[in-house]
Design a binder for this molecule. Structure first.
Ligand SMILES: NC(=O)c1ccc[n+]([C@@H]2O[C@H](COP(=O)([O-])OP(=O)(O)OC[C@H]3O[C@@H](n4cnc5c(N)ncnc54)[C@H](OP(=O)(O)O)[C@@H]3O)[C@@H](O)[C@H]2O)c1
Length: 248
């Protein structure tokens, strides 16, 4: 009897993974539960190892690939590693950085750093992922946005402009590659995420928010999964998510 060829595992690459309680880790867990092999990237190996251990303990398949996604050489090298694990079907760009400062006190270096992380990083990540998706004619490329993606206000001159650039990039990619089978979407997180970043930097905000006043990272991740699962006759390019009591 002829042997049936083994199907290559489907891979999701999640970039911008930090603490287990953050959004990047939650997205990685959700895609692993969906049956994909998950490659997680961030700049801190210990945090990635912890997320990988958690996914494996739950029965999933995960691999840590430390990388700075604003560095072209590191993105290209990580994609080569991704290819060793199967066929890339989903890629999520989640990192962000942005010093808060009144505009007149904002240094050029801080402005540039925010742009490098979100806008340039999003371009390098997106371009290389698209190059990988195109020969198969399918794939989902998701970008994490924020309130600042749509609205500039102090003290977020660096962060807001970098995030607006990322949003514009996601629209460009969607219009260019949607007709070629690639689903590009931008998810606006319009509120605080109940994760390590907010709780360590602004613990009072978590107290003030009260029950369900912050976005639950696992609940956000569920939406990322739903967007990935959409049939191509019915694609979302952008959606926004906020707690029920957030004013907007
Ligand atoms: N936290 C909030 O309240 C909030 C609200 C609205 C929107 N968002 C958006 O949500 C996303 C982050 O989610 P989160 O706040 O829950 O954080 P998270 O997913 O826990 O962490 C994101 C991780 O990205 C990593 N990172 C930063 N720069 C990187 C780079 N150049 N290359 C690779 N990895 C990098 C950082 O880890 P290393 O330092 O170890 O690399 C960081 O821990 C961002 O896009 C942010 O704009 C957050």
């Amino acid at each position: 009897m002829a042997k049936t060829a083994e199907k290559s595992p489907e891979v999701a690459w999640v970039a911008g993974v930090g603490a287990s309680s953050g959004l990047g880790a939650a997205v990685a867990r959700r895609f692993a539960r969906g049956g994909l092999t998950v490659v997680v990237s961030g700049r801190t190996a210990e945090r990635l190892d912890a997320v990988v251990a958690e996914i494996r303990a739950a029965g999933g398949v995960a691999v840590a690939a430390p990388a700075d996604v604003s560095r072209e050489d590191q993105v290209v090298a990580t994609l080569a590693k991704v290819a060793e694990h199967g066929t890339l079907r989903a890629a999520v760009f989640n990192p962000a950085e942005g010093e808060r400062a009144p505009s007149l006190e904002l240094s050029v270096a801080a402005f540039e750093q925010a742009w490098r992380t979100s806008t340039l990083g999003g371009f390098i990540f997106g371009r290389e992922v698209l190059r990988t998706f195109l020969p198969t004619g399918r794939g989902t490329l998701l970008f994490t946005g924020a309130t600042a993606s749509l609205r500039g206000r102090p003290p977020f001159a660096a962060f807001a402009s970098a995030k607006a650039g990322l949003r514009s990039l996601s629209q460009t990619f969607a219009r260019e590659f949607g007709p070629r089978g690639i689903h590009v979407a931008h998810l606006v997180i319009d509120g605080g995420i109940d994760g390590e970043r907010l709780r360590s930097r602004n613990p009072q905000r978590a107290v003030d928010a009260g029950p369900d006043g912050l976005l639950d990272p696992d609940a956000i991740a569920e939406v990322y999964w739903q967007v990935h699962a959409q049939p191509r006759s019915t694609w979302t390019q952008e959606l926004d998510l906020r707690p029920y009591k957030e004013s907007f």
